[in-house]
Design a binder for this molecule. Structure first.
Ligand code: HEC
Ligand code: HEC
Length: 284
């Protein structure tokens, strides 16, 4: 998306072309390690103009898809393993590790990543894993909060979310003020930003399945986050991805973990209802 000066006057239509290879239409199934079958297509929740919600996995090249089918090939697994080590490490003045309170993550964290973001009664707002983990660090461990996108934060978030891999995304919008945050997120999703006057929907709803230059547009789902991006050779957090997409419209991105991006995360996560958590997914 760099070097597109002068694009503003062109309009989106001029930049798009139909996907001829139409890999989103393929019948491929994502099966991990030969036995974990992932739901990569699901009936769309009511209110979306799609019949189906589709994982970003379907929109990628065969070679990229293949990397996600085996944990030995998936480069994101290294960070998940690092998260496992951090889980057991004592940090902070209270002398505790995550494991001191939560025990085996495979049990205590199972399902947490599938309902994220969720209402925090303590914070009186929806939280994602970044915020919840920092809450535990500062209030329960007397440790420093992770800085946004610190590699340890990404490793811990990935490790916690990995415990829900294969489980269908399902938010609980009945808790607290979740519905108001969802509404705010929806409004942001359809707001046109920046010089290019694009909303998230311009690309990921109206034009999913078409090429924007060389890039094949997906529905912009977040069921695979943090996601390993081959281009960056690292795992990318949800809010980092949001920031990049907003910046591509030539708008000033909101801050990661701001109320705006949290509202957007609530709404975008809901748009993927029923898709399996793929963390760590692999994309180009
Ligand atoms: C001193 C005990 C304690 C420690 C240490 C601790 N937590 Fe927590 N954690 C809690 C309690 C209590 C809750 C539930 C209350 C709440 O929602 O805040 C919780 C909630 C959570 C949740 C949400 C679970 C859910 O079912 O919604 C996550 C995720 C989490 N902790 C991750 C971590 C991680 C990662 C660490 C280590 C960096 C950690 N916690 C350290 C006590 C702890
Ligand atoms: C100018 C077009 C454009 C706009 C506007 C745009 N994106 Fe994207 N987005 C892309 C492209 C291109 C990609 C990479 C290919 C793909 O997965 O669609 C992408 C990828 C993503 C992904 C990763 C999907 C995956 O499976 O890994 C997410 C999530 C996403 N966008 C969310 C958003 C959100 C939220 C907004 C609005 C704030 C937005 N995008 C606005 C072009 C756009």
């Amino acid at each position: 998306m760099k070097g597109q000066l002068g694009m503003a006057g062109l309009g989106l239509a001029a930049l798009l072309s139909m996907g001829s290879a139409a890999s989103a239409q393929d019948a491929d199934k994502l099966v991990i390690n030969g036995d974990l079958e992932m739901t990569t297509r699901a009936p769309a929740p009511e209110g979306l103009p799609f019949e189906e919600v589709i994982s970003g996995w379907h929109f990628r090249e065969d070679e990229t898809q293949a990397l996600e089918t085996d944990d030995f090939d998936n480069p994101g697994m290294l960070m998940v393993e690092r998260g496992q080590d951090l889980w057991n490490e004592v940090q902070g003045a209270a002398g505790k590790s995550c494991a001191s309170c939560h025990g085996e993550a495979a049990e205590s964290m199972k399902g947490v990543g599938a309902k994220t973001p969720f209402w925090s009664a303590e914070a009186k707002r929806p939280v994602n894993l970044e915020l919840q983990i920092n809450q535990c660090r500062t209030e329960r461990m007397q440790a420093e909060p992770y800085k946004f996108d610190d590699p340890d934060q990404i490793a811990m978030v990935s490790f916690v979310r990995f415990q829900s891999r294969g489980m269908p995304v399902k938010l609980d919008l009945d808790q607290g003020d979740m519905k108001a945050w969802w509404e705010r997120g929806k409004e942001l999703y359809y707001t046109r930003f920046g010089q290019l006057d694009f909303s998230c929907a311009s690309c990921h709803e109206q034009n999913a399945g078409k090429y924007l230059r060389a890039d094949y547009l997906s529905q912009g789902q977040i069921n695979g986050f943090p996601t390993y991006r081959l281009k960056d050779a690292t795992l990318i957090s949800t809010h980092n991805r949001f920031k990049g997409c907003v910046r591509d419209t030539r708008a000033e991105p909101f801050q990661p973990l701001s109320d705006e991006f949290m509202a957007l995360e609530v709404y975008v996560a809901w748009r993927g209802t029923g898709l399996a958590v793929e963390t760590p997914a692999v994309r180009h």
